[in-house]
Design a protein around this ligand. Structure first.
Ligand code: DGI
Ligand code: FE
Ligand code: FE
Length: 187
């Protein structure tokens, strides 16, 4: 599918606010790809598709996983919104025809991160947090600036602030988020 077709298709499955965010992630990811010298169209495709499973119901996400033998962890079972990343990568492949494993990984790992992320995975993780439509994340101005100076340090700030927020709000922490933080704080 062309970027234009993907954009049209995603618009159909998202509410207006989510689609606004999606386009914000698309062009922020494109700008980061320019800065760090990686493929701009891959960044745009991953940005467009990263939340393609965000507007499904939890039941739907769980049933897609069950039907397609996608493993659901304990934390995901309890917090099925987390599955929008895994299910998004599945739909990107099956419904939107994405074959590039790097794009699929960027979608799959955009919420919790993972160890040894590729440049594209980091770009989507960071673009998701800093796109212009985001208003409430802590240290936004600083992370936005840092993203274009040192993407690994931006990753660390995002992970630190996300874990801090989850601890303060009593949200279940996915072991993957913790592992990503540990990995990057030891680099
Ligand atoms: O889908 P978006 O809202 O655009 O962004 P996202 O996929 O990064 O999801 C953001 C939310 O995910 C944010 O409120 C923090 C939350 N999150 C990230 N890691 C974890 C987590 N939530 C829980 N419960 N556990 C985690 O480890
Ligand atoms: Fe998301
Ligand atoms: Fe998002």
């Amino acid at each position: 599918m062309t970027l234009k077709k993907i954009r049209k298709a995603v618009e159909k499955v998202q509410d207006a606010k989510r689609f606004e965010h999606t386009q914000g992630v698309e062009y922020t990811a494109a700008a980061l790809a320019m800065r760090y010298g990686t493929d701009i169209d891959s960044a745009r495709a991953a940005g467009l598709l990263h939340d393609c499973a965000k507007c499904l119901s939890d039941e739907k996400r769980l049933s897609i996983c069950k039907k397609n033998h996608i493993k659901v962890t304990e934390v995901e079972q309890k917090n099925p919104f987390l599955l929008h990343a895994k299910v998004g990568a599945y739909l990107a492949r099956e419904k939107y025809g994405i074959k590039d494993p790097d794009i699929l990984n960027a979608i799959q790992n955009h919420t919790t991160g993972r160890k040894s992320m590729s440049l594209l995975e980091k770009i989507i993780f960071v673009a998701d947090y800093i796109e212009p439509g985001r208003k409430h994340a802590p240290n936004l101005a600083e992370v936005r600036k840092l993203a274009f100076i040192d993407i690994d340090r931006a990753m660390l700030m995002i992970l630190r602030d996300t874990l801090q927020y989850l601890k303060a709000s009593g949200g279940d922490i996915d072991p993957m988020t913790e592992e990503t933080w540990r990995y990057y704080s030891q680099q």
